[in-house]
Design a protein around this ligand. Structure first.
Ligand SMILES: *Cc1c(COP(=O)(O)O)cnc(C)c1O
Length: 355
């Protein structure tokens, strides 16, 4: 068994892979592959409807929010958000907690004035800035709830009355959230919801249609809402596999249940990082992520050797992002505690053999 700690596209449950494979050959006894059915067919309309209703149920999405399945990844949202929301000459506020957050701000600069309310760039994003002010005349405030590369996570929405937008690409569905606190939530599916190719957007309806800008149809949230995420051909297979994964999550007891598992998984690994004399965490303890756990060695010369051992033990994808180095264990929903234990065992084995 391979233990997939990859940061994204990520591990999904084995049973999801099996059902997804079956549907490639014969989707719902139609005698057709899911890859060849019409996106306008009754069968696929049911898939979209069920995917939306699972998102609404699992995340407790209020009625006055739309749920969209779009393409272009989270990166397209970086541009779509200001394009839809910022009036000419308008201003938005961004919190800079990493590469994704700063890319989001960079795109927004094409559409208006961008205030960076705080940044931890000077420490290579090892912590989340606190105690910053969000200007009240900003059209919206944007932040990234989980910093996939640096292993930091923001669990509490920063206090503000300014409409708040959050990139939850790498922690969506991993913990309970109050959707009503946010005005727009987006997430590329491939970190914790499904395969690459679909992006989830949850948007409060009355946030839209106020910028006075002319927006190309394909980038206009209101057009996608009107068309029920079918303005153009949607990513049929990615939505289907996401639905299977959401069904799996619901059967497991939903977000409350998975959050408890995620807490235990993260604690188990952080405990070993703290205990083991060869390893140390890179993120500030109070900001540590439950989804992406970053750590390095006191003696970097040994890192290659640990990667070799990890490979022998079928631990996949633990090499850290090049901008942080060391290791990163992404421990998304579908990764079981067995895999965490396998990594912990390898870390102990390494320590024993180097004493
Ligand atoms: C991976 C990631 C992105 C980029 O997602 P794409 O779907 O590849 O555009 C954006 N934000 C966060 C937090 C991510 O982890």
């Amino acid at each position: 068994m391979k233990h997939n700690f990859g940061a994204g596209p990520c591990i999904l449950p084995q049973e999801v892979f099996q059902e997804a494979a079956k549907a490639v050959l014969d989707f719902n006894n139609t005698g057709l592959s899911i890859l060849e059915i019409s996106h306008r067919s009754k069968e696929f309309e049911e898939v979209v409807a069920e995917t939306e209703s699972l998102v609404r149920e699992l995340l407790n999405v209020p009625e006055n929010y739309s749920v969209l399945f779009l393409q272009g990844g989270a990166s397209q949202q970086f541009a779509m958000i200001p394009m839809n929301l910022l009036p000419e000459g308008g201003k938005a506020a961004y919190l800079d907690t990493g590469v994704w957050a700063s890319k989001a701000a960079k795109e927004a600069k094409n559409f208006g004035q961008i205030d960076i309310v705080a940044s931890s760039k000077e420490s290579n994003y090892t912590y989340v800035p606190k105690g910053f002010d969000i200007p009240l005349d900003a059209t919206y405030f944007h932040y990234t709830s989980n910093n996939t590369i640096y292993g930091t996570e923001i669990f509490e929405k920063p206090q503000t009355t300014v409409p708040t937008i959050v990139d939850m690409s790498s922690d969506i569905l991993s913990r309970e959230i109050n959707v009503a606190e946010f005005d727009l939530i987006y997430a590329g599916a491939q970190k914790n919801m499904g395969p690459a190719g679909v992006t989830l957007v949850i948007v409060k309806n009355d946030l839209l249609g106020k910028s006075g800008r002319s927006i190309p149809t394909i980038f206009n949230y209101q057009e996608h809402i009107k068309a029920g995420s079918m303005y153009n051909t949607p990513p049929v297979y990615s939505i289907f596999v996401s639905m299977l994964n959401l069904r799996w999550l619901k059967a497991k007891g939903g977000i409350k249940a998975i959050e408890q598992e995620n807490i235990i998984k993260a604690r188990t690994l952080y405990d070993e990082i703290e205990r083991n004399t060869f390893f140390k965490g890179t993120a500030a303890v109070e900001d540590r992520s439950r989804m992406n756990i970053t750590f390095v060695m006191d003696t970097p010369e040994l890192e290659a050797e640990f990667l070799t051992l990890a490979k022998e033990r079928n631990l996949i994808g633990i090499k850290g992002h090049r901008s942080v180095g060391g290791f990163r264990a992404s421990v998304y929903n579908a990764l079981g505690i067995t895999s965490i234990n396998a990594l912990v065992d390898a870390m102990r084995e390494f320590e024993e053999s180097h004493k």
